[in-house]
Design a protein around this ligand. Structure first.
Ligand code: NDP
Length: 234
């Protein structure tokens, strides 16, 4: 039976590739993004897969926008419809930060988008998640405290470390319902965020992430894994 999957930041990069691969294998997809009217590639996919891709607005950092999405989902899933997989993919990286010049606005924006938003979205969607379903929080190895060797992108790194804690707490909160929550590093991926030197094609990163998500057992809930299924240190 096709599953229902909700993906944030679905208009480009890794999120758009998730949409492509999930549609290709027959799932029902809700692609959420900030500006559906400008999401050319996503809307083209909606045309190719009529009735299987719904595009809804979501700014994950905004409480009102999250609430509207939660309100609108039953309209596209049906009242009895449940989400089998939530991919908290939307994220922001502010580059060019230097110690001594890190700004509150940048830190707060990173935390809102990368940690606060995904956590509160998952919390608000919990009643709509299928028992035994999955939450994939797209994290980054840059959020690994144990692996931190440089002062590079502090707002991003702090926010992804916070998101990792949120993933573990969600795993504990939802384990009674058999919902598996994973913090996932996609590799260094060729997207706008990953930049020109990135090593992994989005198609390979997402194929790997889907393998890890599909294979995950309840015993793995709350773990930090990369796109090849390797554990990362917190
Ligand atoms: P991109 O910069 O290519 O895409 C980011 C996506 O997030 C866009 O769809 C963007 O939407 C969306 N987004 C940003 N802010 C918000 C917001 N407030 N509300 C809703 N959507 C938002 O990045 P990637 O595809 O590479 O990254 C996807 C995820 O993977 C992120 O969480 C990132 O941290 C993570 N990641 C990426 C790595 C890489 O090498 N690329 C490495 C490790 C982790 P819009 O078009 O409106 O800006």
């Amino acid at each position: 039976m096709p599953r229902n999957v909700l993906i944030s930041g679905a208009n480009r990069g890794i999120g758009l590739e998730f949409v492509r691969q999930l549609l290709a294998r027959g799932e029902h997809v809700v692609g959420a993004c900030r500006h559906p009217g400008k999401a050319t590639s996503l809307n083209a996919l909606a045309g190719e897969y009529p009735g299987r891709l719904h595009v809804l607005p979501l700014d994950v950092a905004e409480a009102k926008s999250r609430a509207s999405l939660v309100h609108d989902l039953p309209l596209v899933l049906g009242d009895a419809g449940r989400i089998d997989l939530l991919v908290n993919n939307a994220g922001v990286l502010h580059s060019g930060e230097r110690f001594g010049h890190v700004e509150q606005a940048t830190l707060e924006d990173s935390l809102r988008t990368n940690a606060v938003g995904p956590f509160l979205l998952a919390q608000a969607l919990a009643p709509l998640l299928a028992d035994g379903g999955r939450i994939a929080n797209i994290s980054s190895q840059l959020g690994s405290i144990g692996n931190t060797a440089r002062f590079g992108t502090p707002s991003y790194d702090i926010s992804k470390a916070a998101q990792n804690m949120a993933s573990v707490l969600l795993a504990r909160a939802l384990e009674e319902r058999g919902i598996v929550v994973l913090a996932l590093h996609p590799g260094w991926v060729q997207t706008e965020m990953g930049g020109a030197n990135a090593q992994v094609a989005p198609a390979d990163a997402v194929a790997g992430l889907l393998r890890v998500i599909d294979a995950a057992t309840p015993g793995q809930s709350g773990r930090f894994l990369d796109w090849r299924g390797e554990s990362l240190p917190w």
